[in-house]
Design a protein around this ligand. Structure first.
Ligand SMILES: [Zn+2]
Length: 166
């Protein structure tokens, strides 16, 4: 992300270094830094894993796990619990941190970067898609997970590492 104009006062910004932009009027600094996200790989009692089909960009139509951006004041765990519930209607428990993965999405002239924490979790719910951000949900056995259908690179890296971890 670049800051051509100040989000506070609308004046022009100048770039100070590789990630710092300063307003030429109010002098506020703005930084090109990643958005924080959180996502979960959810297992049910049958040992199947919950996947979604994304209904929004980036990666519309591709397979993913539920997750999203952290709200102000929210922990990574709270974000994961909230996003999983909002997108698929399942209540998750027993969250375990797996790892963090950076991502970069190019949207027009803007590059948006993120860093997301990925958790494994469990549920007893069947779930349903929210029909908004998610077009459908499905449960897959480990050997049914097709990495090639995952296009978002952070989720692809997470699931690849998860499958390798045994
Ligand atoms: Zn300003």
């Amino acid at each position: 992300m670049t800051f051509k104009y100040c989000p506070d006062c609308g004046a022009e910004c100048r770039q100070k270094d590789f990630k710092t932009f300063q307003c030429t009027s109010c002098q506020h600094n703005f930084w090109d830094e990643p958005v924080t996200g959180s996502a979960g790989l959810i297992r049910n009692a049958e040992g199947k894993y919950l996947f979604i089909r994304r209904n929004i960009e980036p990666g519309k139509g591709s397979i993913a796990v539920p997750g999203g951006c952290v709200d102000n004041g929210e922990s990574l765990e709270e974000c994961c619990i909230r996003e999983c519930f909002e997108e698929t209607g399942v209540q998750i428990t027993n969250l375990k941190y797996f790892g963090s993965y950076p991502n970069k999405e190019i949207r027009g002239e803007q590059t948006e970067t993120s860093i997301s924490a990925f958790f494994t979790a469990e549920t007893n719910d069947m779930g349903k898609s929210d029909k908004n951000e998610v077009s459908e949900i499905f449960w897959l056995k480990k050997d049914e997970i097709d990495i090639s259908k995952i296009t978002l690179s952070d989720i692809k890296a997470f699931i690849t590492d998860f499958l390798r971890s045994g």
